[in-house]
Design a protein around this ligand. Structure first.
Ligand code: SF4
Ligand code: SF4
Length: 170
C-alpha cells in the first residue's frame, strides 16, 4: 500500500476511537494537549503533512532532521478533532517495530514519552477500551503495509527506546 493511502486509512480507523469509553481529557484537563504530548510537538507520519496543505489555524509544520528526518506538527493546545494528527489519535499508544536476529517484531505499545503526562499509563493497556486497542492494532497493521511507514515506525521505536534509556538514567 502506498504511504498516503495507508495514513489516510489509519486515520479513518482511529477517527472515533478514544482510550476510555468516557472523555479521559476531563479528568486530566487534557494534559497531553497542554503539553503537546512530549512537549515538543508531534511527529507526523509519512505523507500525513498533506492533511495540512490547506491552511488550518493553530498549526505549524516544521521539518526536523533529529532524531531522524520527519515532519513535526506544532499545535496551539486545542484543535478540531478531525485535524488531529495520527500520533494524537494513537496516544498514549504507539506502533512499534524492532529487529531481533534479522526478524521483525511489531505491534503496539504504551508510548514511554507519555509517562510524565498521561494518568492512564499507570493502569496500562488492559484498562483501555477494547474498541480503542482493536482500532490501534488495525491502524498499526495498515501502516505496516507501507514500507515508508514501516521505516518511520522503526526509527520512531529506536527513538522511544532511547528516550526510555535516557529516562532510566535521570
Ligand atoms: S493525557 Fe492521557 S488521560 Fe489525559 S487526555 Fe491525554 S490520553 Fe487522555
Ligand atoms: S494536535 Fe490537537 S489533539 Fe494533538 S496535542 Fe495538539 S491540540 Fe491536542
Amino acid at each position: 500500500m502506498d504511504a498516503a493511502s495507508a495514513v489516510l486509512r489509519a486515520r479513518r480507523i482511529l477517527s472515533e476511537a478514544t482510550p476510555l469509553n468516557i472523555d479521559c481529557g476531563k479528568t486530566c484537563l487534557s494534559a497531553c494537549c497542554v503539553s503537546s504530548e512530549a512537549g515538543d510537538g508531534m511527529f507526523l507520519f509519512p505523507e500525513e503533512k498533506h492533511i495540512y496543505d490547506e491552511y488550518i489555524s493553530g498549526f505549524e509544520i516544521l521539518k526536523v532532521t533529529y532524531p531522524f528526518e520527519a515532519d513535526m506538527l506544532i499545535c496551539s493546545a486545542y484543535c478540531d478533532r478531525k485535524y488531529r494528527p495520527l500520533a494524537c489519535m494513537f496516544f498514549p499508544v504507539i506502533p512499534y517495530i524492532r529487529m531481533y536476529n534479522g526478524k521483525a517484531s511489531r505491534g503496539i505499545m504504551l508510548d514511554t514519552r507519555a509517562w510524565p503526562v498521561c494518568p492512564l499509563m499507570q493502569s496500562g493497556m488492559n484498562a483501555f477500551a477494547s474498541e480503542f486497542i482493536n482500532a490501534c492494532k488495525m491502524a498499526a497493521m495498515t501502516l505496516f503495509e507501507s514500507e515508508e511507514h514501516s521505516n518511520f515506525v522503526y526509527n520512531l521505536t529506536e527513538y522511544i527506546d532511547g528516550y526510555k534509556s535516557f529516562e532510566d538514567l535521570s
